[in-house]
Ligand binder design. Sequence first.
Ligand code: GCB
Length: 586
Amino acid sequence: MPPRSAPLIQNVFARSAQSLAGDWRVIVDPYDNGYLDYRGQPLATDGYFADRKPASKSDRIEYDFDRSETLRVPGDWNSQRPELFLYEGTVWYRTRFDAGAAGGRRRFLRFGAANYEARVWLNGTFAGSHRGGFTPFDVEVTSLLRQGSNSLVVMVNDMRRREGVPTLNTDWWNYGGLTRDVLLVDVPETFVRDWALHLAPEDPRRITGWVQLDGPTRRQPVVVRLPGLGLAVRVQTDAEGFARVELEAPSIERWTPERPRLHDVELQCDTDRVVDRIGFRTIEVRGGEILLNGAPVFLRGISVHEQAPRREGRACGPADARTLLGWAQELGANFVRLSHYPHDEHTVRLADELGLLVWEEIPVYWTIAWDDPDTLENARTQLTELVTRDRNRASVVLWSVGNETPPTEARLRFMRELVRTARALDPTRLVSAALERQEVHPLLQRVDDPLGADLDVLGCNEYLGWYDGLPDRPDGVRWETCHAKPLVMTELGADALHGLHGNALTRWTEEYQATFYEHQLRMLEAIPFLRGMSPWILADFRSPRRALPGVQDGWNRKGLVSDRGEKKLAFRILQDHYRALAARWR
Ligand code: GCB
């Protein structure tokens, strides 16, 4: 039985927290010299983590954070210094910060993400570690924190590993570093660590869920309140600090893309009080339809990478989220596929506010070490952390367990385990994966991956007209599936360099891409079980696989928007289509 959740603090943004954003001192350490001795053994005391200064003029210390260069946190290192653009390895980060007296409270460091592995020391003492480049983790530092100045050292390593999740090969840039918020969070000794609140799928006039306390006083009454609606319930936690929540809410206004209503929620026990803003809605699949609040919905989507808009680097923070999701809204989307890894929590919270439905994904991508139990454990942990972080977001309707994985037995076992994990963690959402198509003959394509039997919604990536043929390749193509489930075409796309013009048969031109979309959209219109799409992709993104000089220059150019934020011709084509679809599915 997988755990109910990862030990993460829910809604850190509602907590009293100190941001550690700023310029951190860094040491670039390709040989892990600050961690290992010359025999490859971990250093006991002398590593860079000790953040030492010479005690006398004779003292030999071969590093000095105070005289080292700086990098901005949050931020990837690749885009901040030209010599780190292609760097993969270890970078040591050091910041100093002042902390007040603990006053009987507990303190945690929250890392929004560190790609890919992180080890954390506070004042020279090891405090915790994490692997997985896109999910948050908390490190308790209550007993390590000093009143006054503190030294926080984080060793971040972003080497790609064959047995990692993702593995060696991806079509996106391996941005390393402390890429998201770092916060010092302050909570009472016993606090409400986690909660899940949603409409009961079997009876949406009720809110159900649970709360989880953390700390020495685990048995407590907890009141869950929706002050705006005058609703409240009092529950009693057990010896583990856990209690189920049931609340009658017969006339609660639902969250919809058109009216994304969020409700203030308050959770209070004797020792703590915390708030959240939660939308309530249902999502299910019935008779080939995706039902949102009981009504059929068509997912007018776009895939999104976490590529910073109009600049180099990984997107992070609320402003980038606003630009990217703003473009999606301008396109007429009601749905975004946040590919191929968990995006920043700010993005998902903004989707809640804007009314965008969200597909979230873990980086189980292409071919990974299906037979390695530790790889599976790693993928399950990343999924658990993602679900824990976002299970209270109404916008999130689909968990995806992977992208374009090959239909072998070992992979099927691996993926089925992930599907089971997703369902055990969160029985209220749909589970999917982006699958591949099978060509029966050129005019008949089929989705018959056996994993489809385990999913609620089939995702399929197809590039008819780009990797296969010319823009008219989709003409007359029919689709079938053995699974009788709704299909979302999760990828289709063609590269175009913004400003490059030619006729529809000239690769890399905006005209080729626009024509590709015209033929694609006609084909998709004729698929009776199609219930959504998320073409590839919103904006051009950095990829080491894209070498063509003068066109790609290290960018995947399938964006409808260029790396500088300019819209290509195809943007308008999809926008017109989405306007028509929106009118039809009202
Ligand atoms: C795919 C992958 C995606 C790539 C895309 C492409 O099938 O899922 O990660 O970036 O194709 O552009 O080739």
